[in-house]
Design a protein around this ligand. Structure first.
Ligand code: NAP
Length: 670
């Protein structure tokens, strides 16, 4: 018998005498007992905000990213312990892969993004510098800093591991502690993974806590720096988000809820094309993986009216190959999570049947007797415009309905009838159909997944939220957003507009901005190690004259004999040039020649340049010189880091002629 514990204020707390029995959806026998314990929620919030938050915020983004990576690797090593109990949730090993490996990979990707896309500091710079004044003495920059409260994660039953890790990774990377409340039916699997995280010793005290069972008065204890991230049904979301304390304190409330996701077969697709098979395979897989208990599963299959018979037949044939049985064995589909979930699915399927004809049901399958087993149920609706239930009722199981459409605009309208979904997919080999659907439909769906014969080999699947891309949707889907790389981290941070002078912005962001103090070190900055280089450290080079011979030589040497460099008369006729001018790339090369240090030293490589702009033409006889300033440092490994330099080229008359950001890899130590 499993006895998942809560973890509050640094203590494990066992289920109480009045704990809830959890029954196996496969055998009906009791497998676990959960909850009922008397948790002190006020103390939990205090432990998170007084202990966990400060420890996390003391770390930089990179330190937290390294912690997450180490945690993901630790879980990876022990994941078989999770697979050993995964089947008790009714899920097959393949289903468990999406949950367990999917969760670990998500944490790994978010950690990688933290290392690559966030600074090794405490302030995240959001977007570009805004020029708020003519002379550049007063500027604006959006920044983001971690909220100083706690994130409460309330999760659905269907992804006990992924559901926890996909929220924890961005929260901890942001620097915010979390209290996790998994759905009770599958909480034993969440607890097993949570326990490993505590046993890893990688997280600071108070960074994570776990509630098994009810949340008591927790939401009444939250304040303006706290966040609730909810996943589950629309009814529960509505009840929780309207809690007066949540409303009074403007507690950030993110909601991921029901979704009537659609998949559209493009009007160009016929049964003899590869897209048709792709569409059928995808629909069958989305209906049966996790027994259809996926928030992203396809509930509505929208097809050209000319193809409805072919789709119904091919999909039925494919679905009939689904073997249903003990998820610990080799059946393709396991059971629903519980007997009550089965009742709910059958009730909802009956409502869909009121407006649709059932194409495939239990008669085609060998369905075991266990309390959670159901067969895939495929419906076909003749009047998709008049029907309501099919667009409104989410049967959270292997249930889907085929709907016919007349033209692409009609298909998009039907997809949008879900009133806001997590994902809609389109299978087409015609980019113009893709464009029409995107324009008509993107506003109604959090994600559009468009595939054809060329992309299907590498495509990641209609139902898979990716850590790199946003997950969430408008309206019915909850109006929330998660993941999406660094975007998902920002949900746990406050965006603040900073307005001030260049030195102020440099001090706050840790990045040099144009106009801020420039210092000249004792030696050329290219002779200094990553550790030694100071932000704002600058060299001003000697000037170099650009001659007509240089321009001629460069033109013939490179083959760039564009008339503006070669033909005085033609160049003068061009509105941008006074006559023959130097190549921009010649100026870049001269700039490098002016600031580079020839001898081996800490600079290991020039890895690129960003935001290059040529601002004024340079004519033969003009002189240019360069200001090179250390702008931003990002440690990449223990032995080297990236230094971004602001490079500005000036004309001898004082005007700026070009600017760019130069990237170099620099050794950490000598
Ligand atoms: P649910 O019944 O709404 O439960 C969701 C979570 O809320 C569970 O942890 C549940 O805990 C908790 N909860 C319920 N009442 C609560 C209360 N009064 N106070 C605090 N917490 C409370 O949903 P579910 O049946 O677990 O999940 C199925 C639904 O989730 C489906 O509709 C599905 O579409 C949706 N879903 C959406 C996404 C998404 O990303 N959009 C992902 C997965 C699932 P207990 O278990 O202890 O009641």
């Amino acid at each position: 018998m499993l006895t998942p514990n809560s973890f509050a204020n640094g203590q494990w707390i066992a289920p109480a005498a009045n704990a809830r029995p959890i029954l196996s959806p496969v055998t009906g026998e009791q497998i676990a007992t959960a909850g009922g314990s008397d948790l002190d929620f006020a103390q939990m919030v205090e432990f998170a905000t007084k202990k966990g938050g400060p420890s996390l915020r003391e770390m930089t983004f990179h330190q937290r990213a390294k912690m997450l990576k180490a945690l993901a690797l630790y879980l990876q090593d022990r994941k078989e312990e999770l697979y050993a109990i995964n089947h008790l949730t009714g899920a097959t090993r393949k289903d468990g892969g999406i949950d367990i490996d999917g969760g670990i990979i998500t944490m790994m990707v978010i950690a990688g993004k933290g290392r690559r896309e966030m600074p090794d500091g405490h302030v995240y710079v959001d977007g570009n510098l805004e020029q708020l004044s003519r002379q550049g003495t007063f500027l604006g920059q959006h920044i983001a800093v971690p909220l100083q409260g706690v994130a409460v994660h309330i999760n659905a039953f269907n992804f006990p591991v992924w559901g926890m890790l996909e929220k924890l990774a961005p929260t901890l990377l942001a620097g915010v502690p979390a209290i996790v409340k998994p759905a009770t039916q599958t909480c034993f699997l969440t607890e097993a993974c949570f326990r490993m995280m505590i046993e890893s010793g990688l997280l600071p005290d108070g960074a994570v806590q776990l509630i098994i069972g009810g949340t008591g008065d927790l939401l009444d204890r939250l304040g303006p720096q706290d966040v609730v991230s909810f996943t589950g049904s629309a009814d529960t979301a509505l009840m929780l988000r309207t809690n007066p304390n949540i409303l009074r304190n403007s507690v950030r409330f993110m909601s991921e809820q029901d979704s009537l996701n659609a998949s559209i077969l493009g009007a160009d697709v016929t049964p003899d094309t590869p897209e048709f098979d792709l569409f059928i395979k995808q629909a069958a897989s989305e209906m049966t993986v996790k027994s259809g208990q996926k928030c992203t599963a396809i509930r509505r299959i929208i097809v050209p009216d000319t193809q409805i018979d072919a789709v119904a037949e091919a999909l039925s044939e494919r679905l009939k190959k689904t073997t249903i049985g003990d998820p610990a064995g080799d059946a393709r589909m396991g059971s629903l999570v519980s007997a009550s979930q089965k009742r709910d699915v059958l009730e909802k399927a009956a409502m869909i049947a009121q407006e649709s004809q059932q194409v495939l049901g239990a008669e085609a399958f060998d369905v075991p007797d266990g309390p959670g087993f159901v067969s895939p149920m495929l419906f076909r609706c003749g009047d998709p415009d008049g029907a309501r239930n099919v667009h409104e009722i989410e049967a959270f199981g292997p249930v889907s309905t085929i709907l016919p459409y007349r033209d692409t605009a009609h298909a998009a309208r039907l997809a949008n009838r879900g009133e806001g979904s997590l994902v809609a997919s389109l299978v087409t080999h015609d980019p113009s159909i893709a464009r029409d659907v995107a324009v008509a439909s993107a506003a109604w769906h959090g994600r559009l997944y468009i595939v054809d014969r060329d992309s299907m080999g590498e495509a990641t699947g209609h139902g898979s939220p990716l850590p790199h891309m946003v997950h969430g949707g408008p309206g019915r889907a909850g109006g929330g957003e998660e993941l999406g790389g660094v975007r998902g981290v920002l949900h746990y941070m406050q965006r603040t507009a900073i307005q001030g002078g260049p030195d102020v912005l440099t001090a706050i962001t840790g990045q040099w901005v144009q106009g801020a103090k420039q210092t000249q070190g004792p030696v050329h900055p290219f002779q200094r190690t990553f550790r030694e280089i100071q932000i704002g450290e600058t060299i001003v080079t000697d000037p170099r004259e650009v001659t007509l011979d240089d321009i001629e030589h460069f033109a013939h040497f490179t083959g760039d004999t564009f008339y503006a460099h070669m033909d005085e008369e033609a160049a003068q006729a061009n509105p941008f040039f006074p006559g023959r001018v130097a190549h921009g790339y010649l100026l870049l090369s001269f700039a490098a020649g002016l600031f580079v240090q020839p001898d081996p030293g800490p600079v290991l490589a020039n890895t690129g340049l960003n935001s290059l702009s040529f601002q004024k033409p340079v004519s033969p006889g003009d002189k240019v010189h360069v200001h090179l300033t250390a702008k931003r440092k990002t440690q990449r490994t223990d032995t080297y880091g990236e230094v971004a330099w602001n490079v500005t080229l000036y004309h001898h008359a004082g005007e700026q002629v070009a600017e760019y950001e130069l990237l170099t890899m620099v050794a950490y130590e000598r």
